[in-house]
Design a protein around this ligand. Structure first.
Ligand code: PEP
Ligand code: MG
Length: 834
């Protein structure tokens, strides 16, 4: 019968009622207490709180003799980390502390010399590593190991168990503060001030005299960590400790297995007990746990249990199954899956640990992974696509003319650009992996080669792999993991929809994007960038004719040919979205973007359009602007050449009227003044009237404005009087608020972020302070002038969980993001409402 020990301050014996808290003692200590409460056979354990561990790291001391007294004389102990969350990791556990020459001798007599030697050597090895960073080698030669330790560390290996324990505790406490440990856990989501508790546990050796019963150790879990489906996974190894079974030769399978003996058959009672413990953990701790167990003289002990390590796919299924089994509420299942993690199941990714030579690095602009032949022009990408070959399109930066080639590519890589550059926006819409701003690469399209930052030369046609999650370019092919969307995914997101209170729409330009958006549960289209509809060869030719038209009649003829094409586009979008709202933005980019950029292209275009090359060159030059992003684009184009918007409005209205039940939303881009809205609104109303008259059907529509200039945000009150919705384009708004080109920022943003000038890339993470201030002002003024105005965000930030948090707090009605981001946004919105 063990007495209640007198422990030093900061140390607590874990009993069912002891005051153990995660915040103070860490998750492992708390979990052990829960296991004890469930009646599981957990060896005696003392928890040291984080304040004590921090004090030890600072050079303080604790009465380790008193701690050891809690375990009775001659007991060996293990020491394990207990941080706030198991995933944050921590220093490696130390087993068999308290081993010294005297105990070695006693144990040799009891369990045999070989086994005592192994236990002793194991302790020396881990002590030397955690206390002094000394590697004592692999051979179990105690005198040699002790000599190696003394030579490296300058003092003899301690024989006193209390000294050993004090050293190990201090070593583990200090290891927690090492810079690499900090970086590692920060990458796993730990906060800067994450603290470490420690647990000291009576050793159950797992090594002993077989005559007294079975000894050994193993781990068991009851679900598959990759799929989340029920499956008993683990191994057991006789005469072993800790997790040796997972590496050791001769380990037993857990369940009956044709490949070798199984715990279930050899020790059926142990197996049944473990199953019972697994069920208890699942139902009472409400989690799928991996149990670390040890047998000593035939008796079963549970040393530890941690949540099963799981892929995102498994996390989804485990959460959904626990909820459908009535163990946790549905809302809790929703909150257990991290929104950003969904990107892992929506896209292909590189198999963890797959390796491969990295030849370039840039900004991860669109998730996913793809392997394909390197191509350096959009035409080559198109040709590869036509041959059915996967290719990675590499460009200095992409231009609208590249869109066809981008559609054909399996991945897109650019040397320049940031997260809202053309390449990034298009790739996200298409769900293609994309890396931008890979400044270490240089291209020579003429020679058909790419030079990597390490000088390695890759020729067009060579295989490369793009990692859109990690922003890496890898030479050759590496194994990929396929995306996996199963019923658990759909179920969890349907639960998310039940609780969230902000809408989620998608940015879609093509029918296939709209189909993806609908499949991923978008409530509508929040932004259809119509300019993206003109980059197919036939359409581009007519668009160019329109641009080159000499007089209004010629222009009208070209526009009349574009009208049915656009009408068909909108008809298809309305049909796919089946009554859900569709917001169509009138043409935005400057006209010269529709023209070829080099002399050869202009000559070819002139020939195709039957115009003189000189005239084509002159017109292209006349349209060129020094700063096109701030030039004649958006509503400015609509006011300068109103026939374009007239044609688009007609196409929208004719498609809507033919469909019957659609209320299209027409959006005016790049507005900065109320008068711009009035001018465009009047012409659109006139088009609507004539379509109504011509088709003899009622036609409703909503007219809205994109708020993407700072002035529009500041004047949102008067603008809202003329607009039934305001959609904030945070790409341009960020660009204009910072005076920072979204296409050029990639060049220096990483150095800005590294030097702390900006906390983050503002095109990636919404700048809550500056751009956010404008959003708040715009939303507040817009609502004041028109209480029922619909407010939304449709820039690339729309799918970012932090931006959704911001939008919700600022009273926005919905966010709109690329189709593949829709599930992330739905889940993130639900988390905010729970
Ligand atoms: C924006 O500016 O935020 C926006 C959505 O429009 P685009 O990216 O097409 O300029
Ligand atoms: Mg914009």
């Amino acid at each position: 019968m063990q007495h209640d020990p007198v422990l030093p301050p900061g140390a607590t014996l874990i009993t069912p009622t002891a005051p153990i808290r995660i915040a103070a003692h860490g998750a492992r200590a708390k979990c052990l207490q829960r296991l004890i409460r469930l009646g599981l056979p957990v060896p005696r354990t003392v928890a040291l709180d984080a304040a004590t561990v921090a004090m030890l790291a600072e050079g303080g001391t604790i009465d380790t003799r008193a701690v050891l007294a809690a375990f009775g004389p001659d007991t060996l102990v293990s020491i394990r980390p207990s941080s706030g969350q198991h995933e944050w990791g921590g220093p490696a556990s130390v087993l068999n502390a308290g081993m010294n020459d005297a105990r070695h001798a006693v144990l040799s007599g009891r369990i045999g010399a070989d086994k005592a030697l192994r236990l002793h050597a194991r302790f020396i090895r881990s002590y030397a590593m955690v206390v002094a960073g000394v590697d004592c080698g692999g051979a179990d030669d105690i005198p040699a190991m002790l000599a190696a330790f003394e030579a490296a560390h300058g003092r003899p290996f301690p024989q006193d168990p209390a000294v050993q324990l004090a050293d190990v505790l201090r070593g583990m406490a200090a290891a927690w503060n090492a810079p690499t440990a900090r970086l590692l856990r920060a990458a796993r989501g730990a906060p800067d001030d994450a603290a470490l508790g420690l647990v000291v546990q009576q050793m159950v050796l797992g090594v002993g005299d077989p005559a007294l019963g079975e000894d050994g150790a193993g781990v068991i879990q009851f679900v598959d960590g990759e799929t989340g489906r029920p499956r008993i996974v683990g191994r057991y190894l006789s005469q072993s400790q800790g997790r040796d079974a997972l590496q050791g030769q001769g380990a037993l399978y857990l369940t009956s297995d044709p490949r070798g003996p199984a715990l279930q058959d050899v020790y059926p009672q142990v197996f049944m007990d473990l199953q019972h413990y697994g069920t208890l953990c699942r139902t009472r701790l409400r989690e799928e746990m991996q149990i670390e167990f040890t047998l000593q003289d035939g008796a079963l002990y549970v040393l530890d249990a941690v949540g099963v390590q799981r892929s995102t796919r498994a996390a989804l299924r485990i959460a959904v199954t626990l909820a459908t089994d009535g163990i946790i509420p549905e809302a809790e299942a929703v909150s257990r899956v991290q929104p950003r993690a969904l990107l892992n199941v929506l896209h292909r990714r590189i198999r963890p640990g797959a390796g491969g030579a990295e030849i370039g690095r840039g900004i991860a602009a669109s998730p996913g992974a793809a392997t394909g032949a390197l191509v350096l022009t959009a035409a080559d990408a198109h040709a590869a696509g036509a041959r059915g070959e996967a290719c990675i399109l590499v460009r200095s930066e992409t231009v609208p003319e590249d869109v066809l080639g981008m559609h054909a590519a399996a991945g897109i890589l650019t040397v320049r650009g940031g997260v809202s550059s053309h390449a990034a926006v298009i790739a996200r819409g298409l769900g293609l992996p994309c890396v931008v701003g890979a400044a270490g690469l240089s291209l020579d399209a003429g020679q058909g080669l790419m030079v990597a930052s390490d000088g390695r030369v890759l020729h067009s046609g060579q295989t490369v792999t793009l990692d859109g999650h990690g922003g890496r370019v890898i030479a050759g092919a590496v194994p990929l993991v396929e995306p996996m969307l199963d019923d658990a995914f759909a179920t969890l997101l349907s639960w998310a929809d039940e609780v969230r209170d902000i809408g989620v729409r998608a940015n879609c330009d093509t029918p296939s994007e709209a189909q993806t958006a609908a499949r991923f549960g978008a409530e509508g289209i929040g932004l259809c960038r119509t300019e993206h509809m003109f980059f197919e060869p036939d359409r581009l030719a007519v668009m160019r004719e329109m641009i080159f038209a000499e007089d209004p009649q010629d222009r009208a003829r070209a526009l009349a040919r574009l009208l049915p094409v656009q009408r068909a586009d909108f008809t298809e979008l309305f049909a796919i979205m089946a009554g859900r709202p569709v917001c169509i933005r009138l043409l935005d980019p400057p006209l010269h973007e529709f023209l070829p950029s080099d002399a050869d292209g202009i000559a070819a275009m002139a020939a195709a359009l039957h115009i003189a090359p000189d005239a084509a060159r002159r017109r292209a030059a006349a349209l060129a602007e020094a700063n096109p992003m701030l030039g004649m684009r958006g509503v400015r184009l609509g006011i300068a050449i109103p026939e374009i918007y007239d044609m688009q409005a007609r196409a929208i209205f004719e498609a809507a009227a033919a469909q019957g039940d659609v209320v299209p939303e027409v959006m005016i881009p790049l507005v900065s003044a109320r008068r711009e809205v009035d001018l465009v609104a009047a012409r659109i109303a006139a088009v609507a009237r004539s379509v109504r008259d011509e088709m003899g059907v009622p036609l409703e529509y909503r007219l809205g404005v994109m708020v993407e200039t700072p002035r529009a945000a500041l004047r949102a009150d008067e603008i809202a009087e003329a607009a039934s919705f305001l959609s904030f384009g945070t790409n341009d708004l960020t660009q204009m608020t910072y005076g920072l080109s979204r296409d050029d920022a990639g060049r220096f943003l990483s150095s800005y972020v590294a030097q702390g000038v900006f906390a983050d890339d503002p095109f990636l993470r919404l700048d809550m302070d500056g751009v956010g201030e404008l959003l708040r002002i715009g939303a507040e003024r817009g609502r004041r002038a028109r209480p029922d105005v619909t407010l939304s965000i449709c820039g690339e930030h729309g799918g970012d969980p932090d931006s959704i948090d911001f939008s919700r707090a600022a009273g926005f009605d919905y966010v709109s993001c690329s189709p593949f981001r829709v599930p992330v946004a739905r889940l993130a919105a639900a988390h905010l409402a729970i």
